[in-house]
Design a protein around this ligand. Sequence first.
Ligand code: NAD
Length: 718
Amino acid sequence: MIYDGSAITVKLLDDGIAQLDFNLQGESVNKFNRVTLEELKQATEVLQAAIQESADVKGVVVTSSKDVFIVGADITEFTEMFALPEEELVEGTVATNAIFSAFEDLNVPTAVAINGIALGGGFEMCLAADYRVMSAKAKVGLPEVKLGIFPGFGGTVRMSRLVGCDNAIEWIAGGAENRADAALKVGAVDAVVAPEKLFEATVDLVKRAISGELDYKAKRQEKLDPIKLPMMEQMMAFNSAIGFVAGKAGPNYPAPVTAIKTIQKHCGKKRDDAIRIEAKGFAKMAKTSVAQNLVGLFLNDQALKKTAKDFERKAGKVEQAAVLGAGIMGGGIAYQSALKGTPIIMKDINQAGIDLGLNEAKKLLSKRVSRKKMDADKMGDVLNAIKPTLSYGDFETVDVVVEAVVENVKVKHAVLAEVEKHVKPGTVLTSNTSTISITKLAEALERPEDFCGMHFFNPVHMMPLVEVIRGEKSSEETIATTVKYAKQMGKTPVVVNDCPGFLVNRVLFPYFGGFAGLLRDGADFQKVDKVMEKFGWPMGPAYLMDVVGIDTGVHAEGVMAEGFPERMGRDFKSAVDVMFENERYGQKNNIGFYKYETDKKGKPKKVVDQSTYDLIAPVCAESKDFEADDIIARMMIPMCLEVVRCLEDNIVETPADADMGLIFGVGFPPFRGGAIRYIEEMGLQNFVDLCDKYADLGPLYAPTENLRKMAAEGKTFY
Ligand code: NAD
């Protein structure tokens, strides 16, 4: 052993080959944290010395002793790092790059054996070597744009020189993980081999370079030199890429376009100058609030996963599930459960319901097959895992039941009491109710401790969130098992306490309350949609109402108004009420605020309908042009304040849970990090001052006493 660290070891093998192995102690994966970077520096110095002093080291093979190669930089260190002044961040990045460049400059051939995932900094390490041999099972990529940044360990420099600007742009601006065949095709790796041949093949490659059979110096030189591309061609390639990527990423995500501009700036430079240019661009992106929010989001997601894991340890088994009701939600739940490997019984009271549910599942599966995401055999297996029935025949084998029948307390009470008699004690019963109190639903049960809420979002296969709702009597094991089932289904569970609307609908309806007030005061619903979409929402509130269903919205709004009359009760007739009265239910009957026509692909396309304006005119003030900031404040304040209240009322435990619930449940703009991050970015005092500006709009705009106190004392949520 010539170097023995806590993340890296270097030992000499036969034939003058040194093996540099990544194996971060105390962690399940390798990552570039401070310790690993420092050890890479030291290990490279040791190798350098050994090469200079003797002829013992003739080549270097880089390996990992973990299942992954290196997952990337340590994102838990980013918050602190990104808080540095920009100039310091540039210098720090340049200094870190010197470590990779020193490794690249070793006077012997080097090769990496990519045994598993090598992403971000992990793949940049691979790029610093002369050769890359990849296991057929591994994945590589540069996903930094997903965090609002781009590669900063020389990735934009080496990748563009290695695979050409067009491929580099696609990898870096797209941020995808790539399979071995795709990596080989563009030349990002030199060979792909079966996992068991990886080490041998990598050593063999280095030996061929040592013997002179392969010219590693010429290969390396390409990464050190400017890119050879005629000026005119360069201009055209970059300009069209910028146009395309800007359109795709949108104005709220600047990193992909800045990455392309950075490559454009450094493509005519030698490595070290190019790296400095990359470092400057990287630091600029790291200082944006987008990057900081996306990093926060990643950390929140990690925290959520950890909480889920803690629950899973206390959970019972979930090998067989059942769903009651084969409607929109029941069908979706059955599909998702079967797809992810938990067989499910789907019970309805009429055959027509079952046929509908199964057809929906078939449609989704056929789509997967036609997109080559699944083969026909697997489709058959998934369909066989859904067992349609009109009776409770096999219910004694079931571990978890999801009730998804119509939203009616009486019906739900009856159905829950009935199913309880057909399952064994300990079977977890859950309800997918959107609004009815879980504690209230539990009143129908003999074993309320085995019951909790499991609230999915529509469409089930697309929406990542599941709210797991703790009723007054739900046991912790019931919650744990429900969390486990949600995870098994590939969803992100957030555990919340019971209240009308739980977390997501409780905060969504004040937002719709803001919308109702704006229309009453003369705002144009189309303008409100446009402003909120520009703010980052996937759809504006009028469009969202149409998609949710105006009837569903009005019903839920009534429940929320009953639960929180002071804030959510309304003393005026709203435009949404008018839509409902006129049976304009939205997308489901092709007319709501907008009219829906079917496009060429068979998807609903919204078009403007003048009659909407005529219908709502009697309940709206004379048309008035609201400033975008005014619209944003009037829409966002009620929602953000309700999130604060949910934290104060202990409906949701942490700010991270609340923010993730909003992002995954209602599509809160991810680059803003969630409602609490949005308040914090503005500053608590500024937010309170803004609320006060709108005080005459009533209780939806009134900050809580605690929020005022926190603001005055300079406290924060995170
Ligand atoms: P739906 O009307 O599409 O489906 C309800 C199904 O339940 C029907 O097929 C009906 O035949 C069946 N059913 C009725 N009584 C039954 C019984 N006794 N036993 C078995 N099946 C019975 O409704 P949906 O939109 O799927 O909603 C179901 C539940 O999910 C509701 O509680 C709703 O609030 C909730 N939810 C809906 C959405 C949504 O966007 N649609 C989102 C989240 C939660």
